[in-house]
Ligand binder design. Structure first.
Ligand SMILES: C[S@@+](CC[C@H](N)C(=O)[O-])C[C@H]1O[C@@H](n2cnc3c(N)ncnc32)[C@H](O)[C@@H]1O
Length: 270
């Protein structure tokens, strides 16, 4: 006899392992609903939900970002964000997130270039941040610039908040679903680094829907130029087309930057 699973059963089963329990419940619930509309049931549905959660998050995070280890290692370091000890710590920790790790060879010039020539930045919102906030020592920002970092992993947020507090950066690490995260506030810079392709995997049109909700003087949007497996697969051309479609009719002043692994568009309100 086939067991009928309720929505709550599916959610419970889909989030039963340690890796998924760390994900914000709003993301799990939404992914369950989206996958559920595909006509799958029971075990097949649970499998497809887990596979989607892996694709949008787990694939980037092979380790569990233990907050105790993070805290203990950070506690003995100087508080100065420019110190070499803090930089070394950040470099080591950023290796734990596959997407953030790809940017490490570019760190010395990446943020300097993409933020060059902007008026003084008074606030930053980093959506689906991964471990990018640990790149703050390489960003051309004043140390008192408020930085809001949002991702769907609880332990990631705990680690990032620990980092903000230790280095006395006025940062806030928030665990949330960026699809429903409130965006009434206006920011000088919003970072959407490799975020939009990940959102489109969660539903067609979600990238544009997020951008429509943003209030920002500058939005920095980037796309990966390689898959996680290392293949290029013409990603650049595909994402450039996606970006051009997204930018249509928005009256942005656009600057384009191409790095080895990442294609970046800086979009300023005129
Ligand atoms: C490709 S990575 C980009 C990470 C980071 N922006 C960077 O460039 O290093 C995508 C990130 O989006 C996060 N993510 C995916 N869907 C999300 C959602 N709906 N809400 C919050 N975070 C999400 C994942 O956890 C992952 O850290």
């Amino acid at each position: 006899m086939k067991t009928i699973l309720t929505v709550e059963d599916v959610i419970r089963q889909a989030s039963a392992s340690d890796a998924y329990q760390d994900i914000h419940m709003d993301v799990i619930r939404r992914v369950c609903e989206t996958e559920g509309r595909k006509g799958l049931q029971g075990r097949e549905l649970v499998k497809s939900i887990r596979s989607r959660l892996h694709q949008i998050g787990g694939a980037y995070l092979p380790t569990n970002l233990d907050p105790e280890i993070f805290k203990t290692e950070l506690a003995v370091l100087p508080r100065d964000i420019t110190s070499s000890e803090i930089r070394q710590f950040c470099l080591k920790k950023m290796e734990q997130h596959a997407s953030t790790k790809e940017r490490l060879p570019l760190l010395d010039h990446f943020f300097q270039e993409i933020m060059a020539g902007l008026p003084v930045i008074h606030s930053v919102l980093d959506l689906a941040c991964g471990l990018t906030p640990l790149s703050l020592p390489w960003m051309p920002l004043e140390p008192d610039t408020p930085y809001t970092a949002v991702d769907m992993y609880n332990r990631m947020a705990v680690n990032l908040q620990e980092f903000f507090d230790h280095t006395r950066i006025p940062g806030k690490a928030v665990v949330a679903d960026i699809v429903t995260f409130p965006l009434e506030q206006s920011y000088d810079v919003v970072l959407l680094l490799k975020t939009l392709p990940c959102l489109e995997q969660q539903g067609k049109g979600m990238a544009a829907a997020l951008v429509n909700r943003l209030k920002a003087k500058t939005i920095i949007i980037s796309y990966p130029l390689r898959t996680l497996g290392g293949s290029r697969k013409g990603l650049g051309a595909t994402y450039e087309t996606d970006f051009n479609r997204l930018a249509e009719g928005r009256n942005w002043q656009i600057s384009r930057f191409e790095f080895t692994n990442e294609l970046v568009f800086r979009c300023c309100q005129p």
